[in-house]
Structure formats: structure tokens, C-alpha cells
Design a binder for this molecule. Sequence first.
Ligand code: CTP
Length: 397
Amino acid sequence: MASPRGRRVVLGITGGIAAYKAPELVRQLRAAGAEVRAVLSQSAARFVAVGALTAVGAEVVDDEEMGMLHIDLARWADIVLIAPATAHLLARLAIGAADDLLTTLCLATEAPICLAPAMNRVMWEHPATRANHTQLLERGVLFVGPDEGPQACGENGPGRMSQPAEIAAFLEHLWGEEGRLRGVRAVVTAGPTYEALDPARGLTNRSSGKMGYAVAAALAEQGAQVLLVSGPTGLTAPPGVRRVLVTSAIEMREVVLAHRDGMRLFVGAAAVADYRPETVSAQKLKKQAGTLTITFVRNPDIVAEVASWTPRPFTVGFAAETEELERHARTKLEKKGLDLVIANPIGEPGAGFGEDHNRVTLIDKDRTVAWTAAPKTEIARQIVMEIIKRLPRDTHA
Ligand code: CTP
């Protein structure tokens, strides 16, 4: 599993000028030991010759022979890589079209799908393409590039297909050292929850979701199948991560529960509201003379509930504290029955809520280890390393 050696790549080629780079991409993948079966869209044939692909060792599969071929290829693939991926291809994948062999096999495969887009910069930046890109990211489709620079159309900007060497390196990264959680199903909660009071108002908190998103991204980098259950944030789903958006704690709990089967790892990074208004008014509440009293009831504690399951996933919680960090965080570890708590102080300038940096302390049943401040993306990777060290043997490859 340490490299593309023996890996099976279905290479989809769609009709853009960058298709001329496809033989070089095949050569690089073959040199790295991968098997390549190429599927060309109808218009791709205008930009690349079948002979050029077979000459460098790809088996070219003919669209005409369809039959059950899409299923065979869908099962055969360790990855479906589409390079170049045109704006039209992104649109077809986004709506789930199945109008040729390539799009049909994309619908039929359980293998990861990776796209290397190539198009004019205005097309890449068009709201329709933005929406398709976002939607595909949310479904866990991986993207390499596009690069910025001079384009075949004479313009300058984002939209150039990444170089074949870069695309091959991306796959090596995906399959290389960085695959220690391959096959592990992980669920991560992130962001705040919003507890409605009436149709216009509600209770929420200052969590930006950045830490939870960074953990989800770092888990995906290690090959885990990650479901990110996110409260309202302005963030986009990280590459390779499937995201479900929720609003309230009750909804968050429902989504987590629905994914209980096979869950090996749970990371509760969300700032879940501990309380919600007892009643949600169907109409906007009108102001009245005097004070307003609202009764709040307790929300379910999601991370504690997950930790109480049998069998249970390895369960990680977060603790944001304004004082006595270690004592409070250790109490959470014990009371909620967690395997690991990541504690961070609130109110330090430059770290914590909404910031890109954080300073955390790791607490498990035996130890307390304080780390120096670092970017959240870096901290997330280190947290994932700590999880890998502690994960019971049979739960990771
Ligand atoms: N958590 C959860 N469900 C809740 C509340 C919290 O899953 N209803 C999780 C968070 O995702 C986080 C950890 O529990 O992993 C935080 O613990 P919590 O006790 O809620 O922290 P605080 O709200 O800060 O607790 P307290 O007010 O007691 O300090």
C-alpha cells in the first residue's frame, strides 16, 4: 500500500486542450507502478490519440462497448482520476448524469474520484462552476488544481490543468506514507450549533469550526473515510471529506446516530449548545413590557452518548476553558468516558475561537501534555498522529 505500485487507476479524459498531456500522465502513473485503464469522452478524441495512450501502456476502454462495462470498471478502480476535467464534466457529475461510460462509472463506483480541472478562468470562476465545485467537494470528490497562469485561450488566471507530475505526486501522497487510517470510518462534529427561539432568533456561540474542519481534513489525509457533521460555519468541506450540515444539537445527534454502524473513531470538536429553549415559537416573539424569561432545557451530550455505546468508537472530545484548564478538561475525560481530550484556553489573544492558531493540551487517562501554539491545520495533524498511536490495533491498517 506504500505507493501507486499495483494500484488500479481508471483515467477519464474529457475534451479540453489539456488532454494532450494525458499520455505523459499515463507514463508517470505507469512509471510509478500503477495500472491504467483510460476512458475517453467523445470530445476528448479530438485532442488526444488512442495510439498515444496505448503506446505508453494504458488500456483504452471503448465507450461503444458499454454493456456492463461501467460496473466492471467501477469495481476494478482503486481511484477514478479525471484529467482534464472540463466545466461540462463538473456539471454532469454534480447533477449525477449518466450519459456516457465515464459519468456512468462515476455514479457506479465506490472508489474515490479525483478531478484535475482545466478550463478558461472565467468558466472556472463562473457561479455555476463554483456551485458545482462546492457540491462535488461536499460529496468528498478530490481535486488537484487547477493551477494559475497563462492559458491556451490567451488569458491569465486559475484554470490550467495541474502538471502530470503534480497529479501523479498527489496520488502517491494519497497512497503513500499518508494512509495509516485507510478503511477507518470517522465521524467529526464541528462548528457551533444554533438553537432556535423563534423563526428569527436563536442561541449560538463563537465557534468558527476551523479546528474541527482541520481535524477532518487531517484524518482524510491519512486515508480515513470522514463524515463531517457541521453546524453553521462559513467554511467549505475539506478535500475528500463528506459533509452533512446541521443546525441544532438535536439534528447533530441524529446524524451522528445514523452513522453509528462501523464507526471506528469519533471526534467531537463541535461547540454544541448545552441548552436549548424549551419551546420554539412558531411566530416571531413580540416585545412586551418588563423582563423576558426564557426556560432552557438540556441538550443531549453527543460525545458522552457515543462514548457509552458498546462497541464504541475511539472517542475524542474537546474542552474550551477559561480557567483551571487541566482540572476541568480531566473531569470531562472522566465524566464523559472519553479516550482523549484536547483542551484549549479561551480568551488568549491569537488563539482559540475564530483564530487560525491554537494552543492545546492533550489529556488522556495517563498523561497531560501541553503543546506550543501552532496553526490549527498543524495541530490537527499532530492530534491525528496521537489518535493513530492510541487507536486499538484492529481499527487501523
Ligand atoms: N459536546 C457534545 N454534546 C453536547 C455538549 C458538548 O458532544 N451537548 C462535546 C463537545 O463537542 C466537546 C465536549 O463535549 O467535545 C465539550 O464538553 P462540554 O462539557 O460541553 O464543554 P462545555 O460546554 O464547555 O462544558 P462546561 O460548560 O461544563 O464547561
